[in-house]
Design a protein around this ligand. Sequence first.
Ligand SMILES: [Zn+2]
Length: 176
Amino acid sequence: MWYIETMKVVEVIKYPNPLLTRPSLPVREIDPSINELIDTMIETMYASKGIGLAAPQIGRLLRVIVLDVPEDEEGEQGKNLMALINPEVVEGRGKVEIEEGCLSVPEVKVKVPRYEEVVVKGLDREGREIFVEGGGLLAVALQHEIDHLNGRLIVDYLSRIKKDIVRRKLKKLYGG
Ligand SMILES: [Zn+2]
């Protein structure tokens, strides 16, 4: 069937794969390969039941993120879908700390200190500069995904001992 061929779900790489700890490079030109990457990321995010995904999580060290943060439990898929190229936090207000999970760090939840509200600047897939302003879960998800682009994971907010336990456990499960 035609639509199956257009679906491009790939594997989400897991900690402690070293690709996840490297900084990603800015996108210089939004060519068809970038749009293809974004499509693959969106399909992979939905297939993994995630609310966000960063390019390094599928092994591409480029500054690209996708998000679809629902407003509530019954939030419709695709309603808040966004792709951001070269995103950066330009403004942050307030403080919040919630338990975060990550598709690359399965079965682990970590309380991470974040801004409560952020303004993020980036480019959309047409190369237009856009500003995303958000609070709550959207603000946390934006900061989480941008962390990935800087090679930073939720385990980096744990103590060294706890991080080591997670690393050994996941290494056993997924290799790397
Ligand atoms: Zn993550």
